[in-house]
Design a protein around this ligand. Structure first.
Ligand code: ADP
Ligand code: VHF
Length: 377
């Protein structure tokens, strides 16, 4: 497992999630590490100049809030923790905005909870907002919305949050920057003989056995949540790299193909992962009956399904639901993720896409189902 066999996944990536842990961001709890943050901002600016889109998931709100409020130890009271997070988050937002501004790049604060990603409508909204921010050239800075969450509904650690964001926007790579050079064969703080694992397969149970808990009282997750995050990220086809955040030029060097830290490869590509997910939906909530022309476009030409080819909408479904496309004779043709609810689809069926806005007052896409979200049966 110790030699890298594939070219760098970061080099090839178009969309990257960078996650930075609390101990890195707050200089081991001594306060926001302005110099380190400025270095990451400069490197992310360089990645952007290479045409890559970057989302930053940053921890450190609680650690910074503790410092600002004078707590010497991490409070156990949940409301005190939430107060720390609220205070510390101001510091994070301020320092990221200033650091990226130095490179002419705008930032956006996005605070997410588990409920936001569990609810289909909010999930889609979060996805659209993030992709819009990226297309506007902004770097979204994401953290958990600690002030409103309780234990049962927490992500709890930002490694998991980073993976879910990778799934949400189908990132190519999740880079987890931490206070170790990567995954070691055992916790290097406890075992001096531990050696660095340079590459592996995301989801390999052997990796989980090597990873222990958090090394300091600042971090929540430890190495295990990073390994589990890699497994989760791989579900949507994202690879994971775990590396030391203070390594000079870590992000730009990774982007130039250098082997740094631990690279955990996803076994499935984006499209395969999404199609597998759709294929797993045996019971779809709705069906659309499509005309012979649409059957031809989908099955022979690999095109998207446009509203004009839809004859009838059956069942009730929301935006983002997986629905089945059937022919007039009732033969299942394809399954895919709909851009419109059943009610909206009924209003736009048989209409040219140019009329969607006039009918609905908005456009979610010119297709009812985009070809990337369609799997033939
Ligand atoms: N097998 C391992 N390899 C590397 N680090 C490990 C391993 N097992 C446990 N750890 C611990 O995980 C810590 C990193 O996790 P954590 O403290 O949560 O950092 P972060 O704040 O970056 O998320 C390391 O400092 C290390 O002590
Ligand atoms: N939302 C919390 C993050 C907690 C957390 O996951 O920390 P870490 O293990 O350092 O990434 C905060 O900003 O303090």
């Amino acid at each position: 497992m110790n030699s890298r066999t594939t070219p760098s996944v970061v080099q090839k990536a178009g969309r990257i999630i960078v996650k930075v842990g609390s101990s890195l961001v707050t200089n081991d709890g001594r306060g926001l590490d302005q110099a380190a943050i400025a270095r990451w901002a400069a490197q992310i600016a360089a990645l952007r100049a290479l045409g890559k889109q970057v989302v930053l998931v940053s921890s450190g709100a609680i650690a910074e809030g503790m410092l600002r409020l004078g707590f010497e130890h991490r409070p156990t009271d949940v409301h005190e923790l939430q107060a720390c997070a609220a205070v510390g988050q101001m510091g994070l937002a301020q320092i990221y905005e200033t650091s990226f501004r130095a490179h002419g790049i705008g930032t956006a604060q996005v605070l997410l909870t588990h409920a936001d990603l569990a609810d289909r409508e909010r999930y889609l909204n979060a996805r659209s907002t993030l992709t819009t921010l990226l297309s506007l050239g902004v770097v979204p800075i994401i953290n958990e919305n600690d002030t409103v969450v309780t234990d049962e509904i927490k992500f709890g650690d930002n490694d998991t949050l980073g993976a879910l964001v990778a799934n949400l926007i189908e990132a190519d790579v999740l880079i987890i920057l931490t206070d170790q050079r990567g995954l070691f064969s055992a916790d290097p703080r406890k075992d001096p003989a531990a050696f660095l694992i340079t590459n592996g397969i995301a989801g390999d149970p052997q990796l989980e056995a090597m990873a222990g808990g958090a090394g300091s009282s600042l971090g929540r997750g430890g190495m295990l949540t990073k390994i589990l995050a890699a497994r989760r990220a791989a579900k949507s086809g994202a690879h994971t790299v775990i590396a030391f955040g203070r390594e000079e030029g870590v992000l730009t060097r990774l982007a130039s193909g250098e082997a740094i830290g631990t690279e955990l490869q996803a076994q499935t590509g984006h499209l395969t992962a999404r199609k597998q997910w759709m294929a797993d939906h045996l019971h779809t909530l709705g069906q659309v009956v499509i005309d012979a022309g649409a059957v031809e476009k989908l099955s022979r030409e690999g095109k998207s399904l446009l509203p004009i080819g839809v004859l009838e909408v059956r069942g009730e479904f929301g935006r983002g639901a997986v629905i089945t496309c059937i022919s007039e004779k009732g033969v299942p043709i394809a399954r895919g993720i709909t851009n419109y609810t059943s009610g909206e689809a009924r209003r736009i069926l048989r209409k040219p896409s140019a009329e969607i806005e006039a009918v609905l007052g908005f456009v979610e896409g010119r297709e009812l189902i985009h070809r990337d979200n369609l799997v033939l049966l």
